[in-house]
Ligand binder design. Structure first.
Ligand code: F3S
Length: 754
């Protein structure tokens, strides 16, 4: 089952009626995002209009995709829901647990040996519950989904924040926590606050060195990492139509970096071409029949200001190539201006590595454009000054690129071809060129560049660019190189310039692959055994969280007041910890170890109020738990930005943290906290963050009256006996309050299934 054409036809059969009805109840023309949302209401035909940014709405997604790191916990949870099969087509992709070191052949063998327990668990649980399984080496989830499953007008959820990549094929694809995926697998609706809409009008046309990646790098600079929170970004205009489908995928992929719920484009010729090239002519034919429902109503794009909450306009003809970073993907700098900025900020100019690929940028077009630059280095006798690494997005793209001689071009530059997997993009990179934590610079075509993201080294300055720009910068070995204006000196001592990149949208001889790496589940999985060893270090059957005792939380100690950016990477670090994703107690030893303590600006160094001594966050929290003392985590703005990993919510919950009190939350993390039965609340008055002191104790006054829209009152008792009474806001609705009361959403599902 590469894709389910009957399911897609079913969606298209209902779309006209639902969208026409939605237009009627909303009383105006509809954007594409609204059409897809209203066509996927859990209750069927729309009866009333929803308020953007306010109403919680139940949806019925068409598909679910899970990657190996997040699938473990999601499937361990699903196993407890008491169902025979998943209710919605679901796939599992083994891509995060493969380390990049020596190159694909050796690295894949090593991963299969070291993670066999997890891969075997995922394969057997997939087989049992009717889930499509993509083996290690088959590719990166989002590239595989784009090639096989994404379809215009569809709605998908995925347990990875870059699920949004499928917007390139006109879907609404949204990254969720494993707990949300479990709900949908179990046949329950998926709840989302009806998003706001940001329109991005693309005029002009890309040319020369400017690539689709530069569109999103520019948008990230405009919106910043939180500017898209709670919103869908809908791209349109002539510039959008002129772009390839995979280029659109890149733009949607990095919508996660501005915090957007998702991003999408209307169905057009580029999508039809891509569907046909990837063996889905029947999907293209079906989509063509309902074309007008797979893009916005004409009036919307003619007068966008009326229909979007925010509008951005970018003229692609004037857009310059960018490199964003270091340490945050919204620090956007046009190439050519980066040298001065780097010198001002003392960022290393010398570039050690250029990395191309990942789920963001490994399309055929990307590889041909980057290869056209790499080839010039060989042809013009320029020695590449940086090391090259390539991680292709799928076996299909790797096989095709090898067949067409693209990989050979990189190999001629001594590039290492890593496994078709995440590798350096998720900290799964064993870099042999660094001895310790040396300050250094790398450039990559990935999406995320938070501290330690690629190689675990806090002093690696990572810059994000298009694959062709990464190739050019890596060849020059300098961050201040501008291929548009600068030249290089080749091995003969001659001055040479790199010509503009040339790309091919789709392989002229078609895609090809010998073994794509897909395993179809058996029709009846009732006899399939799923085994988890009780002594396993990596997998652990879950114990349900305890329900709320119905009392106010009192005597709670401050565990940590996190300072500044606190992403899910800071709360539950990736890299070597990924191996414990299926073992809650073991992975909890990384809980908040990357968060900066506001009182001493150190990581993993907090005061234990019981002893007065300082220690690591997990150890300190385990001591509070052993004494039965509740704790509170305090945080800054956009707490939990980054990924969908529910471990960032489960770990503190498992260790006994009762409350996360912050200035604001990133959407997915806030929902994850709720799902796990945690109290996730925000300061009603942001400046109250400053009132929180290191030795504080928290007493809730009115949690017993917990109700939607009702503020909570907290008495904060300081070490000298003085008190501040502060107010906190929350966004829990009635059913989310039930999760809190039952101890978790899963506890509630189990109760309802009983
Ligand atoms: Fe993997 Fe990086 Fe994409 S971790 S899923 S390649 S964002």
């Amino acid at each position: 089952m590469a894709f389910d054409i009957e399911m897609i036809k079913g969606v298209y059969e209902g779309i006209a009626e639902r969208v026409d009805k939605a237009r009627e109840v909303v009383g105006r023309p509809l954007t594409l995002s609204e059409k897809i949302l209203y066509a996927h209401l859990w209750d069927g035909n729309p009866e009333n209009a929803f308020v953007r940014g306010k109403d919680y709405v139940d949806f019925a997604p068409d598909r679910i995709a899970c990657q190996d790191a997040t699938a473990q916990m999601a499937l361990l949870q699903f196993m407890q829901a008491g169902k025979a099969k998943v209710a919605v087509p679901t796939t599992v992709h083994c891509d995060h647990l493969i380390q990049a070191k020596m190159g694909a052949a050796i690295d894949l063998k090593t991963a299969n040996a070291t993670s066999s327990e997890v891969f075997d668990f995922l394969a057997s649980v997939s087989n049992k519950y009717g889930i499509g399984f993509w083996k290690p080496g088959a590719g990166i989830i989002h590239q595989v989904v784009l090639e096989n499953y994404a379809f215009p007008g569809g709605m998908m959820i995925g347990t990875d924040s870059h699920t949004v990549n499928a917007g390139g094929l006109g879907m609404l694809a949204i990254g969720v926590g494993g707990a949300d995926a479990v709900d949908v697998m179990a046949g329950m609706p998926w709840e989302l606050k009806f998003p706001k809409l940001i329109g991005v009008k693309l005029t002009g046309k890309l040319s020369g060195w400017t690539a689709p990646k530069d569109v999103i790098l520019k948008v990230a600079g405009i919106l910043t990492v939180k500017g898209g929170t709670g919103a869908i970004i809908e791209y349109f205009g002539e510039g959008a139509k002129a772009m390839s489908c995979t280029g659109k995928g890149t733009i949607c992929n990095m919508g996660a970096e501005v915090g957007a719920t998702t991003s999408t484009f209307g169905y057009d010729d580029s999508m039809e071409r891509y569907l046909r090239a990837t063996g889905r002519a029947d999907v293209a034919d079906a989509a063509n029949e309902v074309k007008e429902y797979l893009t916005a109503d004409e009036e919307v794009y003619a007068d966008p200001e009326q229909y979007f909450d925010e509008l951005i306009e970018i003229n692609l003809s004037e857009l310059r190539p960018h490199l964003n970073g270091p340490f945050t993907p919204d620090l956007a700098t046009p190439v050519g201006e980066l040298g001065d900025k780097a010198r001002e900020n003392d960022w290393p100019i010398k570039v050690d590595w250029g990395l191309i690929g990942s789920c963001t940028n490994s399309s055929y077009e990307d590889l041909t454009r980057a290869a056209s630059i790499a080839k010039q280095a060989v042809d013009k006798n320029i020695k590449a000054k940086s090391d090259f690494g390539i991680n292709p997005g799928s076996e299909q793209i790797r096989y095709t690129a090898e067949r067409d001689g693209l990989l050979k071009i990189f190999e001629d530059l001594d590039a290492t071809i890593f496994t078709n997997a995440c590798g350096p993009c998720i900290g799964q990179w064993d870099r042999s060129d660094l001895k310790g934590e040396e300050k250094n610079t790398i450039v990559h075509s990935f999406n995320r560049n938070f501290s330690k993201r690629a190689d675990g080294n806090p002093n690696t300055h990572a810059f994000v660019g298009s694959p062709e720009m990464v190739a050019a910068i890596a060849i020059s070995g300098r961050l201040d190189f501008d291929p548009v204006n600068d030249s290089l000196i080749n091995e003969n001592g001659e001055e040479v310039k790199l010509d503009e990149p040339q790309g091919i949208e789709l392989p002229p001889r078609g895609f090809d692959v010998e073994d794509a790496g897909y395993v179809e589940p058996v029709a009846d999985g009732s006899g399939v055994e799923v085994s988890v060893s009780p002594t396993s270090e990596r997998l652990e059957i879950l114990t349900p969280f305890a329900p709320w005792d119905g009392q106010n939380i009192t005597g709670a100690k401050l565990l940590i007041k996190a300072f500044g950016k606190c992403t899910t990477d800071h709360i539950s670090m990736a890299g070597p910890w990924l191996r414990f994703r299926g073992h809650l107690d073991n992975i909890s030893n990384n809980c908040l170890i990357g968060a900066v303590n506001a009182y001493n600006k150190k990581t993993n160094f907090v005061k234990n109020q019981l002893t007065g001594e300082y220690g690591g966050v997990p150890d300190t929290q385990r001591e509070y738990k052993a004494q039965g003392i509740p704790t509170v985590v305090v945080g800054d703005h956009n707490y939990g930005e980054g990924s969908s990993r529910e471990h960032a919510a489960m770990e503190p919950r498992h260790l006994g943290v009762k409350v996360v009190l912050v200035k604001s939350f990133a959407r997915i993390h806030e929902t994850n906290l709720k799902k796990q039965g945690m109290l996730g609340i925000t300061f009603a008055n942001e400046s109250d963050y400053d009132k929180i002191q290191e030795d504080d104790t928290f007493n809730f006054i009115d949690l017993t009256d917990f109700a939607p829209g009702k503020q909570l009152t907290i008495e904060v008792v300081h070490a000298d006996g003085t008190k501040d009474v502060i107010k906190a806001n929350h966004s829990y609705n009635d059913s989310q309050i039930e999760w809190f009361k039952e101890g978790s959403a899963l506890n509630l599902i189990k109760k309802q299934n009983a």
